[in-house]
Write a protein that binds this ligand. Structure first.
Ligand code: HEC
Length: 186
């Protein structure tokens, strides 16, 4: 142990001495030992690059790539597709925290038009957007979960689709929140 300490003390002294002799200027950058690693050639996603196809950094995924958490089932964005989704899709089993998350997804993405109570008088409607029908009316109450999922995913008439903004699991949680709203007024 003592020899080791002595050795380390000598190394330290040697380094201090070397520093005093070399006197690196604080205005000069240090030597890059591996410049390729220090200065990465990585490009920004939306930048242009002559090295890549179409001169663009952002490339489409190779054919056959499947994003995680995205089901492969696709439905036509029309009433027939909605019917098929209504028959084919079942809400996944509930998990802890679903209710809070569903309320938050609903508050963010649905309240603007449908209102916190689901009656269809959200702030966007107050400013002139066509009012949606009440989510508490029998039509929505009787709709299958899969049909609601289709509407959130692809939209319906004046309502845009939210597949790009709301992940699949969160769509189901928002549906559970709509169901809770419907139950609370029955
Ligand atoms: C930009 C405004 C807007 C937003 C945001 C919006 N909706 Fe809609 N929604 C509408 C309109 C308008 C309709 C009526 C479409 C039609 O004419 O068929 C509608 C229809 C619906 C229906 C069908 C109701 C029925 O009786 O036919 C459901 C269910 C629904 N929305 C759920 C949701 C959910 C859940 C969200 C949040 C994820 C959401 N909407 C977000 C505007 C919106």
């Amino acid at each position: 142990m003592r020899t080791l300490n002595l050795l380390l003390a000598l190394v330290l002294l040697g380094m201090i001495a070397a520093h005093a002799v070399v006197r690196p200027s604080p205005e000069q950058p240090n030597v890059d030992v591996m410049p390729e690693m220090v200065h990465s050639p990585a490009a920004e996603p939306y930048a242009a690059s002559p090295l890549l196809a179409n001169n663009q950094v952002l490339q489409p995924p190779p054919p056959g790539v499947v994003a995680r958490g995205v089901s492969l089932e696709r439905f036509e964005a029309n009433p027939a597709g909605a019917e098929r989704a209504a028959a084919a899709l079942v809400a996944p089993p509930a998990e802890d925290g679903d209710a809070a998350r569903g309320a938050s997804v609903y508050a963010t993405f649905c309240t603007p038009c449908h209102g916190a109570d689901g009656l269809g008088q959200g702030p966007v409607v107050a400013r002139g957007f066509p009012a949606p029908p009440s989510l508490l009316a029998p039509k929505a109450t009787d709709m299958k979960d899969g049909h609601l999922f289709h509407i959130i995913t692809y939209g319906q008439m004046n309502m845009p689709g939210y597949a790009g903004q709301i992940g699949e699991r969160d769509r189901w949680r928002a549906i559970a929140h709509v169901r809770a709203l419907q139950r609370s007024t029955r």
